[in-house]
Design a protein. Structure first.
Length: 202
């Protein structure tokens, strides 16, 4: 009975969170990158919502605090919040770079570089997935706007794409935690964008 319930839950979860898992082109093309060697990258979370209920970050964190402190204590929660901020400020970028730069030879995506163009990864919807050990798990999903702008004139948008419900993979040491699963979705987003750029510039 328990196994049947788990199978039913997984089936419902798959239906509810059916992903599109692709990059959609909204405006512009990749021609502006043909003579570039570096692109600067920034992350944004200003308008991001979380989970199936479209929670604000504050609402999401309130729920996680209650759950983690009740089950594992205040010390674990304090470490969790440290890692959450650490991943937002640096690790998501690291994973994104790992994904996109693995697909490109002559073009490097970095942060805090003086490049002609900047890519803004503007997170819109984040589903953190879940981890159940031997029972199973569900990967995180990320929807974001990928906006290329002139670094010195950010109001000049060169190209805009949407990464629609990109699903991460079980590929990192922090996968058991929400931030680790979300990081994997950033890595896959990078891989998919890198593949599109590679196809366009070959």
């Amino acid at each position: 009975m328990r196994k049947l319930f788990l199978m039913l839950f997984l089936a419902i979860s798959t239906a509810v969170f059916a992903q599109k898992d692709k990059i959609n082109f909204e405006s512009g093309n990749f021609d502006f990158l043909k003579d570039q060697t570096e692109v600067n990258v920034q992350l944004k979370f200003d308008d991001a919502v979380y989970q199936e209920k479209n929670l604000t970050e504050a609402q999401y964190l309130e729920g996680r605090k209650a759950d983690i402190t009740n089950r594992k204590g205040e010390k674990v929660w304090q470490n969790w919040t440290y890692q959450w901020e650490n991943f937002k400020t640096s690790e998501y970028l690291t994973y994104f770079f790992k994904g996109i730069n693995s697909k490109l030879k002559k073009l490097n995506f970095k942060n805090d570089v003086k490049a002609k163009y900047t890519l803004i990864i503007d997170a819109k919807w984040i589903y953190a997935g879940w981890y159940g050990g031997m029972i199973g798990s569900q990967e995180a999903k990320l929807t974001s706007n990928l906006i290329f702008v002139e670094t010195d004139n950010p109001s000049n948008v060169i190209m805009k794409l949407e990464a629609d419900k990109i699903q991460g993979k079980k590929m990192n040491k922090d996968f058991a935690w929400e931030y680790g699963r979300i990081a994997a979705a950033y890595e896959v987003t990078g891989k998919k964008l890198g593949t599109e750029i590679k196809k366009a510039l070959k």
